[in-house]
Design a protein around this ligand. Structure first.
Ligand SMILES: [Zn+2]
Ligand SMILES: [Zn+2]
Length: 293
């Protein structure tokens, strides 16, 4: 069994950017209700707020000061803080893998601006923290949210030590090739229009690239706006996400020494996050509670 951390603070549920069909609080509570924290290898770490210094590793002071004036400041700090705490604990070997439940998005956040329920680049801020603490250098992010991760791609476009595999094509929001900024470490691939197709796209595009790149830790942005009751591709049922988790965990186990951080902002309705979150934790911690499904 693996030692799994769940990083969440009540503020992330209570103050979530809820207009994007978010079941953040429900997602976390379902992990509790299903009794997963009673397993000795599953631990809830209450996310701590990130510091401005930590956020300034990717964002300008002007943008930090702007977000400070909004209602999204506090939930953003706790969301980023969860990612930073998880990154540090996984790289130090205190836990094997982690689920970070944020109350806001992050992958549309650039240095000086953001959109789409994003303020700071939550998933992107683990990497400079790891480097500042000399815990790691080389990382990969797999992003299965509906939308192109324009903020992550922009911030890391010249960073050859960050492999970015983004699933975003075929959704109607148009991105031109300049926005995509593809290179030999930055890729975009199409989403599937069904559970089966999405899963086979991930199985086809991800494992060999991770194997070749050899990151020290794999981040998975589990966007749930691909769920059929959310606002994105509307292609997947809840059953797809535990299966994606299984595939991505297997890749991390084979090529990254098991070091994996799953980041989600639960951007799907509560009935979906209630099903998915306990099953992702079950997968990460190798509990086998749902193995007969
Ligand atoms: Zn999205
Ligand atoms: Zn993309």
């Amino acid at each position: 069994m693996k030692r799994t951390g769940v990083f969440y603070h009540d503020i992330c549920g209570k103050e979530a950017y809820s207009s994007l069909a978010m079941g953040v609080e429900e997602g976390f509570k379902s992990i509790q209700k299903e009794g997963l924290f009673s397993h000795p290898n599953v631990t809830w770490f209450e996310s701590e707020p990130a510091t401005e210094e930590e956020i300034a590793r990717l964002h300008s002071q002007q943008w930090i000061d702007h977000v400070k004036q909004t209602q999204w400041w506090r939930v953003s700090l706790y969301s980023v803080g969860g990612m930073i705490g998880a990154t540090e604990k996984v790289l130090k070997g205190e836990i094997d893998n982690a689920l970070v439940i944020a109350g806001v998005g992050g992958h549309h956040a650039h240095r000086d601006n953001a959109w789409g329920g994003c303020y700071f680049n939550v998933i992107g801020l683990g990497i400079p923290h790891a480097r500042a603490k000399s815990l790691g250098r080389r990382f990969a992010i797999v992003d299965t949210d509906t939308h192109h991760a324009d903020g992550v791609r922009d911030l890391y476009k010249d960073d050859e030590d960050m492999l970015h595999i983004c699933f975003c094509d075929t959704f109607s929001w148009v991105y031109n090739s300049d926005d995509r900024m593809e290179s030999n470490t930055k890729f975009c691939f199409p989403h599937g229009s069904s559970d089966e197709e999405e899963i086979s796209n991930v199985e086809r595009e991800v494992p060999d690239r991770i194997k070749e790149f050899k990151p020290e830790l794999l981040f998975w942005l589990c966007g749930m706006d691909t769920h059929q009751d959310s606002y994105g591709t509307a292609a997947l049922t809840e059953k797809a996400y535990p299966e994606l988790a299984r595939i991505i965990k297997q890749i991390a186990d084979e090529y990254c020494g098991g070091k994996l951080i799953v980041k989600t902002c639960c951007n799907a309705p509560p009935h979906a996050t209630r099903y998915v979150m306990p099953r992702i934790v079950d997968c990460l911690a190798e509990l086998g509670k749902y193995s007969e499904e």
